[in-house]
Design a protein around this ligand. Structure first.
Ligand code: DX5
Ligand code: ZN
Length: 215
């Protein structure tokens, strides 16, 4: 059964507390938190004070996805506001290995996100040091976009790299996840499904989360 990580980017920001309580009461496993800086991606979301507010009402691990340039500048700060998993983009990290070590030194799990154009083979030399690969199945920056079908091929390729290395890296799919593609993604090798609009824009988010979970 996949780990379900609803993305709070699609939640009602005027009611963060009740949105967090809904997730606490649901079968969601993690909170997925999207941080955008308007430089790495053409959108600005939110930063530390908002994450702190979410953390206050969250009873589940906080999976923080940084869509920012030079993410290594803020590792301690994200730990301080409650990140349990901290994911940086491959494309934004000149010294990826050093950044992964710094995240782990703070006691967090270390993730690497890949844009749709970035080949998974680039992770061969670091895969044993990566706890989670966040595979973007849309171009990062916005919720509610259409799922890119080529993602299935990349998931299978990445799974082979992980198995070959004997690593225990989790594969997370981020963008355009719905009940239409969830089962096929898990079948291809996905361990974690992120879903923003499909969960928060649905009539019954708790039932939608259960549906993604496969129950
Ligand atoms: C996109 C973000 C995603 C986004 C997913 O840049 O990384 O986490 O919130 O939203 P949906 O599920 O609506 O595609
Ligand atoms: Zn994300």
């Amino acid at each position: 059964m996949p780990i379900i990580a609803p993305s709070l980017l699609a939640c009602d920001f005027a009611n963060i507390q009740s949105e967090c309580e809904m997730l606490n009461a649901s079968q969601a496993d993690w909170f997925h938190i999207d941080v955008m800086d308007g430089v790495f991606v053409p959108n600005i979301s939110f930063g530390m004070p908002v994450i702190q507010a979410m953390k206050k009402h969250s009873q589940k691990p906080m999976d923080v996805h940084l869509m920012i340039v030079q993410p290594e500048r803020y590792i301690k700060e994200f730990k301080a506001v409650g990140a349990d998993i901290l994911t940086v983009h491959y494309e934004a990290s000149t010294h990826l290995h050093r950044t992964l070590q710094a995240i782990k030194d703070e006691g967090m799990k270390a993730g690497v996100a890949l844009n749709p154009h970035t080949p998974v083979s680039l992770l061969k030399d670091t895969i044993r040091d990566i706890d989670l690969v966040c595979m973007m199945s849309v171009n990062p920056g916005f919720g509610g976009q259409k799922f890119i079908e080529h993602t299935y091929t990349k998931v299978r390729e990445l799974k082979a790299i992980i198995n070959e290395a004997g690593a225990d890296t989790l594969i997370e799919i981020d963008g355009g996840v719905t009940s239409e593609n969830a089962a096929a993604l898990v079948e291809a090798g996905a361990d974690v499904l992120v879903a923003g609009s499909f969960v928060f824009k649905s009539k019954d988010p708790i039932a939608t989360i259960a549906q993604l979970k496969g129950k």
